[in-house]
Design a protein around this ligand. Structure first.
Ligand code: TMP
Length: 238
């Protein structure tokens, strides 16, 4: 399948229409953004790393019964996906406290939650992705109650699967963000899962192996992404 015309340009990926109305080509770019696009830098080969990373995760989730948009990887930076009608909501699950919840609630970084904590954010850079409740999501017509409970269920299932997978790779899955859309009436996982949108801490050293290295200017961003990929058995083909 060939990428034809640009449909949408996000901060890190571009989506292209194909000759099949139901399929898009997603191109993972090297652009890396933080603070709602305030800082954007190109990190050479990040696109290829995340493309391959995301393919592995989407396959893993699909094998475990989670419907995803992933069809196949087309090249180093491109993948073929189902064209979803995206829901403008970010589904975040947290196993330990880090990032915005530490700032919002004044709790200690690293505090483990008894149960995974689920939060919703309205996807809007100008408003800095404000946290919303399921009532906002329903009231503003972004998703129905049924769709919200399906997103909740799938996000928690993904957490169980991925937490275990990363644990075996010596990594603590602290939190992550998923986005869903509709495909012929079904709620399907879209967007991506990569170190750009999760927090992974080395279980021995506690070191961040994710985009926090970029957000906090710690350096070694791609080395960390490659380390995580290597631990999951990814061999880069480019
Ligand atoms: P937060 O602590 O900043 O709320 O982020 C929680 C998780 O969601 C973290 O793994 C990073 C991810 N995330 C994104 O992928 N995109 C976003 O726009 C935001 C705000 C967070």
């Amino acid at each position: 399948m060939i990428a034809l015309e640009l449909l949408y340009q996000g901060k890190a990926k571009s989506a292209y229409v194909t000759e099949d109305h139901d399929l898009l080509v997603l191109r993972f770019r090297d652009d890396t953004s933080a603070f709602d696009g305030e800082i954007i830098e190109k990190l050479s080969e990040k696109g290829a790393i995340n493309n391959q990373f995301n393919a592995l995760i989407m396959n893993k989730l699909a094998e475990n019964g989670i419907p995803t948009h992933f069809v196949e990887r087309l090249s180093a930076t491109d993948m073929l996906v189902k064209r979803l009608d995206m829901i403008p909501v970010e589904c975040v699950v947290r196993n330990k406290a880090a990032g915005s919840i530490v700032r919002r609630l004044g709790i200690e970084k690293g505090m483990a939650f008894d149960q995974p904590l689920f939060e919703l954010f309205f996807k809007n850079d100008n408003l800095h992705d404000p946290m919303v409740s399921e009532h906002h999501v329903e009231a503003f017509g972004w998703a129905t109650r049924h769709e919200i409970s399906r997103m909740y269920e799938l996000t928690l299932e993904a957490n169980t699967i991925l937490r275990d997978m990363f644990d075996q790779a010596g990594l603590d899955l602290v939190d992550f963000k998923l986005e869903f859309g509709r495909f012929y009436g079904e709620i399907v996982l879209g967007d991506e899962f990569s170190p750009d949108n999760c927090r992974l801490w080395d279980k021995v050293t506690g070191e961040s192996k994710d985009k926090d290295r970029f957000r906090q200017n710690l350096g070694g961003v791609l080395e960390a992404y490659r380390d995580v990929a290597g631990r999951l058995g990814i061999v880069f083909d480019n």
